[in-house]
Design a protein around this ligand. Structure first.
Ligand SMILES: CC(C)(COP(=O)(O)OP(=O)(O)OC[C@H]1O[C@@H](n2cnc3c(N)ncnc32)[C@H](O)[C@@H]1OP(=O)(O)O)[C@@H](O)C(=O)NCCC(=O)NCCS
Length: 212
């Protein structure tokens, strides 16, 4: 198998664990599990936005074909949603404009810990033409609310962690507006475009979210 092949067929449907809520509706967005039907709008958005994302995101800086980037994300989505709330899973959401169906952004909760740690790492990005409109905030707020939602509809996380590269000011502003607190810096955490990059860690705790 070649290194960019995916074990899930690109047309494999997403079957979410039956009790999980999977459709999040906000004022301007519908946020749902990434599925094969999103291929066209996603690949077009990647083409328009990859240059902007590549300063901060390893996948966008990878140089891989956009179809391959989509296939890898789709494979993680199919696998994660079918596994449900178990250690190691990843929930991949895509946000589309409610009126037009256009890709707005995506947001994932990955690396789920279960046991004495109930945490996920969150990732987010919005298309170049969707920035500066509060749409990232709207998308991420919906996913965070879902992540902290009680079982069986949500994963009932205790903590959500975001790793943000120093200088990624828009992401830092977004995290702080959502209530994430700075918790420290991991040195040389992520390989982006051939360079190991330090990342600031931001954390949000379920109790603080509910009380905000
Ligand atoms: C990080 C990222 C998602 C932030 O997107 P964003 O559009 O700036 O974020 P928000 O949705 O919070 O929008 C905030 C901006 O919209 C403006 N805005 C306009 N209308 C608004 C509305 N109705 N509601 C709220 N904000 C609104 C705000 O004033 C703010 O503008 P400012 O940044 O100039 O002050 C985006 O820059 C991105 O995709 N970056 C590349 C990928 C990346 O870095 N991912 C994270 C890796 S850790």
């Amino acid at each position: 198998m070649s290194s960019d092949a995916t074990s899930a067929s690109p047309s494999t449907p997403v079957h979410a664990a039956p009790t999980l809520v999977t459709t999040l509706t906000t004022a301007r967005l519908v946020v749902v599990p990434l599925a094969a039907r999103h291929r066209e709008v996603c690949v077009a958005a990647y083409a328009a936005s990859n240059a902007l994302w590549s300063s901060y995101l390893a996948s966008a800086a990878s140089g891989e074909a956009l179809e391959v980037q989509f296939n890898k994300r789709l494979e993680r989505s199919v696998e994660g949603w079918s596994k449900g709330v178990v250690a190691g899973t990843e929930f991949v959401f895509v946000a589309v404009d409610r009126a037009t169906g256009a890709f707005v952004g995506d947001c994932n909760l990955g690396g789920l810990f279960r046991g004495s740690v109930w945490e996920c790492n969150i990732g987010w990005r919005v298309a170049a033409d969707a920035q500066g409109k509060g749409l990232a905030f709207e998308m991420v707020r919906a996913v965070v609310a879902w992540g902290f939602g009680p079982e069986p509809a949500g994963p009932n996380l205790h903590r959500i962690c975001a790793a943000i590269m120093p200088g990624n000011d828009r992401s830092i502003r977004l995290a702080e507006r959502l209530g994430f607190a700075f918790e420290g810096t991991k040195r040389e955490l992520i390989l982006i475009g051939g360079t190991w990059r330090d990342h600031h860690l931001y954390g949000l705790i379920n109790r603080a979210w509910v009380a905000r």
